[in-house]
Design a protein around this ligand. Sequence first.
Ligand code: UT7
Length: 333
Amino acid sequence: MFQSKIIGVGHHVPEKIITNDDLSKLMDTDDKWIQERSGIQERRWIRGEKGSTARMATDAAKMAMERAGVTTDDIDAIVFSTLSSDYYFPGSGVLLQRALDMGTKPAIDIRAQCSGFIYALSVADQFIKSGMYKRILVASSETQNISLDMTTRGRAMAVLFGDGAGAVILEQTTEEGKGILSTHLHSQGEYAEVLCMKEPGTGHDTLFYPEILENVDNIYPYMEGKLVFKNAVTRMPEVLMEALQKNNLTIDDIDLLLPHQANLRISQMVQRILKLPDDRVYNNIQKYGNTTSATIPIMMSELWEQGKMGAGKLHALVAFGSGFTWASALIRW
Ligand code: UT7
């Protein structure tokens, strides 16, 4: 019976730091509101840098491979997750594959927004468990700042998001009880329009029809924040408990919870519901904002740097986002 374990983690964030004070020069907002409502102090923007979703993923992937001690020759496939792909089509997976000079190896694109990394990890895990592939590069990367309405009209969304990428290398193992113990995925399309960006879409006769710019709810990301918040704090503990039950584990077994970084208040509420102490929950939204599917691998890469992936440690990943989609994964290092 095969399992997959993570042998390397990397990340990349743009150099440009945008503070809350910087945003207050663009729109009617302030540091106090942003910090009180979301915990965010600053985020990174790729704007002005030579970069894109696939480029950030390339840097993250190189770091992950270096830390894993492998080269692209050792990797059998790419699973790439983003909601902000470089092109309408093809997906960014093949752009990463080209940048890494990976010949004709397959690249699969996943669209599950904030849950994208766990969805991608789950897909890669199944390929490894089935024996089809031995090593897979899973990458998540997001370019958010260019799609946001950077005026007072868009302030509720604009202050929350940042750019960045994370990547992991999964490898086949036969060591039982090690690596990815399980993944649990859910979605509820009933709520698709509660957090979405509709245009350019296929609901019209042409992608770019003359009136496209008239409805700002369609051309910029739209969110019913309170409804998303309420569902996030319910679904995240729920899907984590599902994972623990499946593995005959309890909350006490978790060494570290890595919640998707949508809002520090969401993470704190999930932490309270699960009755976890501060030192068993990792947050970094203060520095990066919400980088959608990249938040979890960026956190993992920081923890790798800090040497916190000690053998035997149990890490729990949990995410919720647009779709709605939500997911969890348990990893035994
Ligand atoms: O990863 C994707 C999933 N996303 C999430 O999980 C986000 C979930 N939702 C949230 O985190 C919160 O709903 C927000 C942080 C987005 C908003 O917090 P809220 O407490 O729900 O605020 P609100 O939208 O109800 O707005 C409260 C007030 C409004 O003013 P009035 O109507 O009370 O006068 C807003 O216009 O705050 C105003 N406001 C702002 N003020 C200053 C909204 N955005 C801003 C801003 N700066 N950036």
